[in-house]
Design a protein around this ligand. Structure first.
Ligand code: PMP
Length: 446
């Protein structure tokens, strides 16, 4: 396949015009809509690349928001999934493989003593919060500003940093969308990442009414902003003091930044953890895991949990194979090494042009900022020139490199990204950057 120098989206555009008559925004998730004339439709993906319906080839750093940890259509995982299909799907009964996958997760993540499966990150976090409420008998909970925990109403409260200016007090707590009842949000307490004093104050005032604190120590939907280890350890200590459960949401970090997730890097033991994306290389499965005493609250008369498609034989078989590979091969070390090479390459290109920048997160999922230091919390993100990032992202797509158009989404690396992907990416990055700089200069002159 040759790499087009300037891409045509004629087929995607034509498909969009038909699709929009039947699918809202022409897509199945609003984030997949990139504008009437820039929304692309995928023909197929393989390894670290994907091809759109116009035949344009891209090196992909979204990877479906993280799931394709080994690369698209990994032959080993797909063969396992086909064998899983032979089992027969779902039965409203359990199969033996559930235990095998649970054993593997418990081996990789020591805080996980018991496991329940779900189908998506949203479902897993929703179940984790219900579990914490059932176990503690309390209803309120803490969310860290800039976090994303899925599409259920209780998680969809955020700090409105977009309409806020530094020095104005706290950003307002607002729902992510219309249709989310205000009464739900009354139970959510937002607190800024890495602000120990604010966290202590929150627990002092509300600690005895809190069921849980939810945290993503590397924020997978907010620039890979990272918690300082001492902040997470403080959260652990405050939770212990007030009888609150610590939920570490590893939906993006789990089985990616380390075999044991971000909790292994920080050295903190959550009561409950949630996993999804990297667990089965793109097949639909998620997990809730944690302390045995807490997890046993999943029982009749305790916290309800289940679901028709839970532990589907295809997804379960894919999870078994994916986790085996991540646990028993150097895949995660290879991913991190590629991420370091990619950051170094991008950094060198930016340095040559004197462009101030920094990286956040982990080499397997990192944020790129046009600021001297990465943000310490979501409010800080305002300091970085995200409009330049947004313009660059569009040019990168034209140059055959896919990253999220929104600077809050990190770049994801997979085990199939190879030397050819790196060379194509850096070539594309350089071209896209120069085009963006020309554009900015032209706008300044206009
Ligand atoms: N938690 C985190 C940290 C996530 O990044 C996401 C998805 N981006 C979710 C929960 C929700 O997962 P899903 O999209 O599978 O429902």
């Amino acid at each position: 396949m040759t790499r087009p120098t300037s891409r045509s989206l004629a087929q995607s555009n034509a498909h969009f015009r038909r699709a929009v008559d039947r699918l809202p925004l022409g897509v199945s998730s609003s984030f997949r809509y990139w504008g009437d004339d820039r929304t692309i439709y995928v023909e197929r993906g393989k390894g670290g690349r994907l091809w759109d319906v116009d035949g344009n080839e891209y090196v992909d750093y979204r990877l479906g928001y993280g799931p394709a940890i080994l690369g698209y259509a990994d032959d080993r995982v797909d063969a396992a999934a086909r064998a899983g299909m032979e089992v027969g799907g779902v039965f409203a009964l359990s199969t033996r493989r559930e235990l095998a996958v649970a054993e593997r997760i418990a081996k990789m993540v020591p805080s996980v003593e018991l496991v329940r499966f779900s189908n998506s990150g949203t479902e897993a976090v929703m179940a984790a919060l219900r579990l914490a409420r059932a176990y503690t008998g309390r209803e309120a909970y803490v969310l860290v500003e800039g976090s994303y925990h899925g599409l259920f109403d209780a998680a969809m409260w955020m700090a409105n940093v977009a309409d806020w200016q530094p020095g104005q007090g706290d950003p307002a707590k607002v729902p992510y969308s219309r249709g989310i009842p205000q009464t739900v949000g009354a139970l959510a307490h937002l607190t800024p990442m890495n602000d120990s004093e604010r966290l202590e104050d929150l627990f002092r005032r509300h600690g005895d009414r809190l069921a849980a604190m939810l945290i993503e120590p590397i924020q997978g939907n907010c620039c890979a902003i990272s918690a300082r280890p001492e902040f997470v350890r403080l959260a652990r200590a405050l939770c212990d003091r007030h009888g609150v459960l610590l939920i570490v949401d590893e939906v993006k970090t789990g089985f990616r930044v380390a075999k044991g997730g971000v909790q292994a890097l920080i050295g903190v033991r959550p009561d409950i953890s949630t996993f999804a994306k990297a667990m089965a290389n793109g097949y639909q499965i998620a997990a809730i895991g944690g302390r045995a005493e807490v997890m046993r609250t999943f029982r009749p008369g305790g916290a309800a949990h289940g679901g028709t498609y839970t532990a589907h034989s295809v997804a379960l078989a894919a999870a078994e194979k994916t986790l085996e590979i991540l646990d028993e091969t150097p895949a995660l070390a290879d991913i991190a090494a590629y991420g370091e090479r990619l950051k170094a390459g991008i950094g060198a290109i930016l340095d040559r042009r004197g462009i101030v920048h920094s990286f956040s997160g982990h080499p397997a999922m990192f944020g790129l900022f046009f600021a001297a230091a990465p943000p310490d919390n979501y409010r800080d993100w305002k300091r970085s020139d995200y409009s330049f990032y947004d313009a660059l992202a569009r040019r990168l797509h034209d140059a055959g490199v896919i990253c999220e158009p929104d600077s809050r989404e990190p770049w994801f690396v997979c085990a199939a990204h190879d030397a050819a992907c790196l060379a194509d990416t850096l070539q594309g990055f350089e071209a896209a950057l120069d085009q963006t700089l020309d554009l900015v200069e032209a706008e300044a002159l206009a």
